[in-house]
Unconditional design. Structure first.
Lengths: 138, 109
């Protein structure tokens, strides 16, 4: 059975703490263990922060839509924005061996989600799909 | 996030509490760089009450570390909770930052 929750919020960093709270609660309800819940919370936070920083370039008045879906097979988070399209080829975290500020967010997202994928058919804005298959690391 | 600057027997200690994220890290950066710009020989950061840190918070400390190293100073972290330590380890920054169990260990290092 499919189970889902959709929230919409302004692209202001002050709402990230609320997003983290909701994300952690949903992940908990899906039965993930504490460590994975914390990793999912950080990953979704980083994905939203990227939207604020890159897609909306710091404009705090835009809309971000988050949809969480849980099925027997997978836990999915979809982030939608109407900002500048992400340059998919340029998205890669920094080499972890090289110490410099920035470039860690993508690593935090890929650490816990099995799928990190932009909907390339989208003509305006971005639709990022984060998917975690159940049964592997719960 | 709350920031407190304490003078402990002549040593500067920055005590942080709460969540360090994209919203709060600009304030942390201002406070951190405001101290480091005075070229203090060592700045001790108390992580004991930090409940969360994201990549923007980490980037702030990496920037602070680079600056402190530029003048030969030290940035020393102590009382890091397990969840925060996991993030430092995953980022391989546990090898880069000076990390101690408590303030005395940091001071005596």
């Amino acid at each position: 059975m499919k189970d889902s929750l959709k929230i919409s919020f302004s692209s202001h960093p002050k709402y990230l703490s609320v997003v983290r709270m909701v994300t952690a609660k949903i992940a908990e309800q899906c039965g993930f263990e504490k460590k994975i819940v914390e990793e999912i919370r950080l990953a979704v936070d980083e994905a939203c922060a990227n939207v604020i920083k890159h897609a909306y370039k710091g404009d705090t008045s835009k809309e971000i839509v988050l949809e969480y879906t849980n099925t027997e097979k997978e836990f999915t988070v979809i982030l939608e924005d109407k900002g500048t399209k992400a340059d998919i080829r340029s998205i890669k975290g920094r080499d972890l061996e090289k110490v410099r500020p920035g470039g860690l967010g993508v690593h935090f997202i890929r650490r816990v989600f099995d799928v990190f994928e932009y909907d390339e058919k989208r003509t305006e804005g971005n639709r990022l799909v984060l998917r975690k298959y159940l049964g592997s690391e719960q | 996030m709350n920031i407190e600057v304490i003078d402990h027997k002549g040593k500067k200690v920055l005590t942080l509490s709460g969540e360090i994220d994209m919203y709060s890290s600009p304030e942390l950066r201002e406070e951190l760089m405001g101290i480091l710009i005075k070229k203090v020989p060592a700045l001790y950061i108390d992580f004991g009450k930090v409940s969360y840190i994201d990549s923007s918070g980490i980037a702030t400390f990496v920037e602070g570390l680079k600056y402190v190293k530029s003048y030969g100073g030290r940035l020393q972290f102590f009382s890091i909770p397990g969840g925060i330590m996991d993030i430092f380890k995953f980022s391989k920054l546990d090898r880069v930052f000076e990390i101690y169990g408590n303030l005395d260990d940091a001071i005596n290092s």
